[in-house]
Design a protein around this ligand. Structure first.
Ligand code: AMP
Length: 210
């Protein structure tokens, strides 16, 4: 059983690393940001106020996210573990999570703010498969290398919004580092460098040979 949290600033590579980790461990990848984006794609006219918060780089209310996560982890595919990506993001969410599940390990991916702003400016997401890519590693900036659909810029990856998201991260989310460290659950991984190098560091923290 592995119940993991992947934690770190926006754009530190959580999403990409989360899918790789889940591929190896065979557990579901639960991204609250992706759940909100999926819901918006399927229901663009529902809850505009909520999506205005996301587009502005602000957090959506704790109660809503907590409810979403509770409902998700009760599904049968989570019976043998899961990886939470982008949750918890506030102390109140962490306290709630403690009441609904036992977390085995919290992996924090460490990347500095300047590197984050640079990475996010080059990030593109696919309208078809939801994959995330960086233009620095693409031949064609507008086409998904996986499924051929159109790549777009996430509205909240605009550099001004990125700065706002980083502010929110430092104020609301970074304090969770201390929360999980005190409980002996936190491991820190250097998030700089090559994607595969970061992945190997994470796997070695999880005690898994790849
Ligand atoms: P992410 O894909 O994790 O970067 O999340 C994108 C956006 O979704 C965030 O900037 C927030 O607006 C919203 N969001 C995702 N997860 C949470 C959460 N745990 N609490 C509050 N808002 C969230």
């Amino acid at each position: 059983m592995k119940r993991l949290v992947l934690f770190g600033p926006p754009g530190c590579g959580k999403g990409t690393q989360a899918s790789k980790i889940c591929g190896v461990l065979g557990i579901p990848h639960i991204s609250t940001g992706q759940m909100l984006r999926d819901e918006h794609l399927n229901n663009p006219n529902a809850d505009k106020a909520l999506h205005a918060l996301v587009a502005a780089g602000k957090l959506v209310p704790d109660e809503l996210i907590n409810e979403m996560v509770l409902e998700r982890i009760e599904k049968p595919d989570c019976a043998h573990g899961y990886l939470l990506d982008g949750y918890p993001r506030t102390l109140s969410q962490a306290l709630f999570l403690d009441t609904i599940s036992k977390i085995d390990m919290v992996v924090m991916i460490d990347v500095g703010d300047d590197a984050i702003v640079e990475r996010m400016a080059g990030r593109r997401i696919c309208m078809g498969c939801g994959g995330t890519f960086n233009i620095h590693f693409l031949d064609d900036e507008s086409t998904c290398p996986k499924c051929g659909n159109r790549l777009t810029v996430r509205p909240d990856d605009d550099p001004r919004v990125t700065r706002q998201r980083l502010l929110v991260y430092h104020e609301m989310t970074k304090p969770l580092e201390h929360y999980y460290e005190e409980r002996g659950k936190l491991v820190r991984v250097d998030g700089m460098g090559d994607l595969d190098a970061v992945f190997s560091r994470i796997m070695s923290c999880l005690g898994i040979d790849i």
